[in-house]
Ligand binder design. Structure first.
Ligand code: GLU
Length: 265
């Protein structure tokens, strides 16, 4: 789609949100080839002179992959423990993949409270700006191990939008396991229509059935649409793309990718 190509071309500061589904295989295990492919594609942006901040999920599923137990534990302390274990694995994966290109990564773990406190917000901004200016790729996730359900941001769609606004990004790219927004669930309705461009989110919500939720991630289509609303309010655009497709970012750069673009009004 030409609109996607144009948007990427004119954006300098890009936040890339990577869902757990994008990194994992069908069994929910993180696949290092997927991660490497994603990092190689991110390097294309960097080579084009763009600045990139990644918001990545995957701590939970990496924790399960690393320790191979506790998947059925519902207690919050075990979920927190899995994320604490998995966050290390996740960062190791990113570190190795970016190091192959001679690029350093940095881990930033944030909570809802951080975004509510002016002083912390300022510090986070400074850290993000400094890292990016120095050519380091910050990798942001929620600090799952210190958050219980009630005080969580809860999904990284929202976290990526908050991060994009904090860093004054021009563009948020959300990589998920769907091509974009349809008016109905395309898996169940052969006549579902794909929506390429959105200019009015309230209008969109009246038009579509909000369906489905991804298997391994936390958010669904609604959290993605609300993420778009957040960045649109700050004048930035959002593109929703299918990160399970090999080379989706390269295709986006060349205008060959299918996706939904949310434009600020
Ligand atoms: N922060 C969670 C993790 O890294 C994921 C949240 C989400 O799926 O949006 O496991």
């Amino acid at each position: 789609m030409e609109a996607i190509r144009e948007l990427i071309k004119e954006s300098r500061k890009i936040v890339l949100k990577v869902g757990s589904n994008v990194l994992s295989d069908d069994k929910g295990v993180v696949n290092s080839e997927n991660l490497k492919n994603l990092v190689d594609q991110t390097m294309e942006f960097i080579k084009m002179g763009k600045q990139v901040v990644i918001v990545s999920s995957g701590a939970g599923i990496c924790g399960v992959g690393a320790i191979n137990k506790w998947t059925r534990r519902d207690d919050i302390s075990y979920k927190q423990a899995l994320c604490a274990i998995g966050q290390v694995e996740l960062m190791l994966g990113y570190k190795e993949a970016f190091m192959a290109h001679g690029v350093h990564v940095a881990q930033i773990l944030l909570t809802r409270e951080d975004f509510q406190d002016r002083y912390r917000t300022l510090n986070m901004r400074n850290a993000l700006f400094t890292l990016v200016d120095e050519g380091v790729v910050p990798i942001v996730n929620e600090n799952d191990s210190v958050c219980v359900e009630e005080i969580k941001i809860g999904d990284n769609d929202t976290l990526s939008a908050l991060t994009a606004n904090l860093w004054n990004a021009d563009l948020l790219i959300v990589l998920s396991d769907i091509d974009g927004v349809y008016d109905k669930d395309p898996k169940k309705n052969g006549d579902a229509n794909f929506i390429e461009e959105v200019w009015d989110i309230d209008g969109l919500l009246q038009e579509i059935d909000v369906f489905g939720k991804s298997d391994f991630g936390t958010g669904g289509i609604l959290t993605k649409i609300e993420a778009a609303r957040r960045v649109n309010e700050y004048g930035a655009s959002m593109i929703l793309l299918n990160g399970k497709k090999q080379n989706i970012l390269k295709d986006a750069i060349s205008g060959e990718a299918k996706g939904t673009v949310f434009f600020p009004r």
